[in-house]
Design a protein around this ligand. Sequence first.
Ligand code: ZN
Length: 285
Amino acid sequence: MTAHDYETVRYELPEPAIARIVMNRPEARNAQNLQMTYDLNAAFDRAAQDDAVKVIILAGADPHFSSGHDLRDGSRDRLGKDLGPVGTWGGFGLDGAEGRFGREQEIYLQITRRWRNLPKPTIAQVQGKCIAGGLMLAWACDLIVASDDAQFCDPVVTMGVCGVEWFVHPWELGPRKAKELLFTADTWSAQEAQSFGMVNRVYPRAALADEVMRIARRIATMSSFALKMTKEAVNRSVDIMGQQQAIDQTFGLHHLCHAHNVLKFGTVIDPTGMPGAVAGKPAKA
Ligand code: ZN
């Protein structure tokens, strides 16, 4: 196996046809800061541009896949300087809703769409907690394979916002469960996620990595061009059903919530409903 490390992400080639990108901030439950966002992007690009790689695994260093966006990240000012951009929106340093809208367009919407459209099969290998922004990472992948103790949650309504930025909840959970799980901020299990069709397969935690490799090896036996065209066919079908327009429309509602919170509380998320761990800390995004 060869490996190439980024600051917050390990890039591994367990076999020439299989790249494994491992989020590596276990001390922060793999919370996604700006550095990790662009490390992930560089690693995805590396795998996309390596013609030998046919399947890409996205994993998180134990014990948890991802606790979501790092609300304590103090590196916002690096955006558009030494980190990014990959999109064209710009205006990251501007005041008011304009700057915030530009930043979230870049780091949450356009970059997630970029990973979702990467023309090779991707597999999210999810163990432990997969919370809020962590869901965006898993949902951007083609397959989600989870450990039997994996737990999923989008608690963003408790922060006065209508869900995370990449709003595919109705597609991933079904409209009725999406409403329930957003309204209540309840956690759902790997088994429930599989029953919704959000998770492909569930394995005991000790077997997860080996089972994901087994699936990746099987996919890697297929023609790379047929895989590319198949992914494109499914993604385009979902796009024709309106998924991308829905994401763009709900992003506007998400930003109305941020703007409302700024007017009412002086921070982009409602501090009265924030989890204790981040209470009193103004959000950066
Ligand atoms: Zn936001």
